[in-house]
Design a protein around this ligand. Structure first.
Ligand code: ZN
Length: 506
């Protein structure tokens, strides 16, 4: 055999310590070339990269220069073993085709394969084995992964707020204390109903960053809020695993769940609002007393003036038809006969006080943190100024740019401090006012914004009411709503003069 050759060698990671080092490989290949009378033109060495894909840079360089093989007189590519060049049959075929097209023969000192039919088959068989080995390895990895997951270990890259546990006695994830505080705050805020965009802005100004050190996108923040990992659970739908993690959660299960509920209820509220018509607050809540179909509201087509009325929308019934003002007056009287139980008022007070305290605590923490950051920022500015004045190390351009960057960050921080500083509120006064409202439900109803009324209705009298023949009645109230008398409300004095026709206002 006479010719010119490229040698391509690569070391796989498990070989780096054994005797198949690159130097050994190169020597074996060079010896082979000498025996076969082949001149070695160039050696391509891929150091310690996996053979999994064709991305290896030296391999790519070698294949590129094989295109000019004829001009350069290259006749052979010498490799140590077939698994050096490709670990899957496809890659092997592609590489083989490139070499063949350029009239190059692939040879190995350890394996007999060449361009004859049996040589190709042998090469393909070897490549198949290499692929089998690779597949088995991924399978083992997958099995190992499932086993780890079942033991509550997190098997992937650590998410924001955690780092991988590296020591043998550490759990699979270890909390980053700084970020934990921010993430927890994010969950609390969203559970309180603060808009997610606002929460993300706030956390960003306090230093929330991705693993790569960039500002977190809305999408990533959404994913973070959905990730049960933060409540201490290891979940993989794909691998059908849901376990308690071996690591410490950042938020409680309750807080996590309440954020998930917040997310879904926001969606359904948005849908609900479209259905509720402020002209007809009792629409769908009040049912036809004859057929129990929820009633709807419309404007009459009557002349000379249109007027609003509620009516049964069941085409086979349509027996009930009542002027809006009339039905709503009855309803106010119904409310007047109900009151909120004292226990509920007490509970409300406790909840409001607790939330207020929590809000205060959180706000104070944030303000303290922001103040600290502002202090650090000032120090940085001072240092920058010293550096500039001393005339050492930085140019005027650098100084101007860095100093305006710092200034911008300061403005951000001051804004977020202002946002957090709570306006003092007379909390006792607020509670007293809320309680007096709940004691006088008609007043409460009248003062509610129209779009809040359906919500109030569903809370106070969730099962709705029926109406027919001038009588409005409710089935059942939740525990905290007491009826002042137990029979369904009737009001003979307000009985409409006609049964099914739209009734003029009383
Ligand atoms: Zn009906």
């Amino acid at each position: 055999m006479v010719g010119k050759a490229y040698i391509y060698i690569r070391v796989s990671s498990e070989e780096q310590v054994s005797n198949n080092s690159l130097d050994t490989q190169e020597k074996t290949c060079r010896d082979y070339c000498q025996r076969e009378n082949i001149d070695v033109v160039r050696v391509f060495r891929d150091e310690g990269e996996s053979a999994k894909t064709m991305k290896r840079s030296q391999l790519k360089m070698m294949l590129d220069s094989c295109v000019n093989a004829k001009k350069l007189g290259i006749t052979h590519v010498v490799i140590f073993k077939s698994d050096r060049i490709a670990r899957n049959v496809n890659d092997y075929s592609v590489i083989g085709a490139i070499l063949r097209k350029n009239g190059i023969t692939l040879v190995s000192p350890l394996e007999a394969f060449d361009d004859t039919a049996s040589g190709k088959l042998y090469g393909n068989i070897l490549a198949s084995f290499a692929q089998y080995d690779n597949d088995a390895r991924s399978e083992r990895t997958k099995m190992g992964m499932i086993e780890g997951l079942n033991q509550g270990q997190w098997m992937w890259r650590a998410p924001v707020g955690y780092r991988r546990g590296l020591m043998p006695n550490e759990p699979s994830l270890v909390i980053d204390a700084e970020l934990k505080q921010l993430i927890e705050m994010g969950f609390v805020r969203v559970s309180q109903g603060v808009a997610k965009d606002a929460v993300l802005r706030e956390l960003t100004s306090l230093g929330l960053r991705t693993k790569a050190g960039r500002k977190m996108s809305k999408q990533s923040f959404n994913e973070l809020l959905r990730n049960p990992l933060y409540a201490g659970r290891v979940v993989s739908k794909k691998l059908n695993v849901d376990r308690i993690g071996d690591f410490e959660p950042i938020v409680s299960e309750e807080l996590f769940n309440s954020v998930q509920e917040q997310r879904t209820s926001r969606k359904s509220n948005a849908k609900q609002r479209n259905l509720d018509n402020p002209d007809f607050p009792l629409r769908r809540w009040v049912q036809c007393g004859e057929c129990l179909t929820p009633m709807t509201g419309s404007w009459s087509t009557g002349r000379p003036k249109k007027y609003p009325y509620y009516h049964c929308r069941n085409k086979d019934c349509q027996k009930v038809n009542v002027r809006k003002e009339y039905l709503e007056t009855l309803f106010i009287e119904l409310l007047d006969e109900k009151s909120v139980a004292p226990q509920m008022l007490k509970l409300m007070e406790e909840v409001v006080r607790e939330m207020w305290k929590e809000r205060h605590k959180l706000a104070n923490e944030i303000v303290r943190k922001v103040e600290k950051q502002i202090e650090e920022m000032k120090l940085k500015q001072d240092r920058l100024m010293d550096l500039y004045i001393s005339g050492k190390g930085i140019t005027e351009d650098q100084f101007v740019k860095t100093s305006s960057d710092l200034e911008r960050e300061m403005v951000e921080l001051r804004l977020s401090k202002d946002r957090e500083s709570i306006v003092e509120v007379d909390i006792d006064g607020v509670i007293e006012f809320a309680q007096s409202m709940l004691l006088d439900l008609p007043k409460c109803w009248n003062r509610l914004e129209p779009q809040r009324r359906p919500q109030f209705l569903r809370a106070m009298i969730p099962n709705g009411a029926t109406y027919s023949n001038g009588v409005i009645g409710t089935v059942e109230s939740p525990w905290f709503v007491m009826g002042l008398n137990s029979v369904p409300t009737t009001n003979a004095a307000l009985a409409p003069p006609t049964g099914f026709e739209p009734v003029p206002p009383p």
